[in-house]
Design a protein around this ligand. Sequence first.
Ligand code: NAD
Ligand code: DAU
Length: 370
Amino acid sequence: MNYKRNILITGGAGFIGSHVVRLFVSKYPEYRIVNLDKLTYAGNLANLKDIENAPNYEFVKADICDFETVCGIFQKYGIDGVIHLAAESHVDRSIKDPFTFARTNVLGTLSMLQAAKHCWNGDWDGKLFYHISTDEVYGALELTRPEGVPSDISAHMVYGDEFFRETTRYSPHSPYSASKASSDHFVRAFHDTYGMPVIVTNCSNNYGPYQFPEKLIPLFINNIRHRKPLPVYGRGENVRDWLYVEDHARAIDLIFHEGKVADTYNIGGFNEWKNIDLIKVIIKTTDRILGNPEGYSDGLITFVTDRAGHDLRYAIDATKLHRELGWSPSLQFEEGIDKTVRWYLDNQEWMDNITSGAYEKYYEDMYGNR
Ligand code: NAD
Ligand code: DAU
């Protein structure tokens, strides 16, 4: 079959990537979607069970750092668009093992760019290298409204007067964000130096189904279910800006098709939460769905040593994306959290397959027994 487009999505077996792959495979039967993933600890083909037999879907197990193999994939499938999500994504792991983050996020992105440059060979017509990045590259914001007050932007809570904008200077603090910042610079350098059509987007914290349970929300839902402690870093005063993962995937779809080449878009839902308040919502929602009395799991909260270099506040200003391309988040947070908690409780097998056996051992070695 002759496909209208041949799109390479990297990291498609991970959390956000699996939602992007699912959206593109089902929405665009006229496109061939090739999912390139190394299947690290974070990659899980169970995330894509529902579309794995779709005629327009191909999975290739490969490492983005392997330039020859990536070139072979470009050639075999006639790739004309790349959506690059593959990365090491967990801040705590980057603190323990920064080298792996530099290898995958920096050298891996460079290898992807080199392969695209080599295979497209200066014919940029109809081509796009779309790089998915994070708000963490901008560093951290102050908490100038400690109680959180609704601002004029929307009815949502806002904890400070400043926001990350597309023009905000990069100031990464963790090895993870430093590696993502470096990869963003390489992507832009390939546009400025060679003329490659690129787009970069920087998104806030995602939540929703299929997130690996080292991240706050799935970890805590699972721990509540198993009556295990909920390790809150520091005093839980840090603020994160949360977006439902399917809203991120919709933004990626829109930007891939209508975004301006060489441009940057920030993606976020104006949805700031102090960790401790978010944790209380997770506890309340999980207890309600499990049929526990209110307050049943409050005692599981355990304050632990803070994350090294823990960024205080992230807050994305996504007005450019709204103004230029008409995107806005579709889901209210209350609805998104309810949906998310239900999904993890309804999909225990998915969770148990990850947290059992050999993985559990690895997890304990890395983080201690929680
Ligand atoms: P994830 O850890 O769930 O998934 C990463 C995927 O990349 C996994 O499937 C893994 O197997 C694959 N991968 C890792 N190294 C690879 C390699 N060398 N070669 C090929 N595949 C490899 O991550 P996620 O949370 O889905 O994040 C996806 C992307 O979005 C990342 O680039 C991340 O920086 C960015 N991002 C994440 C968030 C968030 O809240 N999770 C927010 C903004 C941006
Ligand atoms: O902002 C976007 C980023 O969001 C992405 O680029 C990263 O890939 C993604 O992992 C996420 O980073 P965070 O570090 O913000 O997410 P995490 O779920 O690890 O932590 C959320 C907040 O909760 C953070 O302030 C640390 C805190 N935390 C986390 C864990 C895992 C705890 O208090 N206890 C925990 O056990």
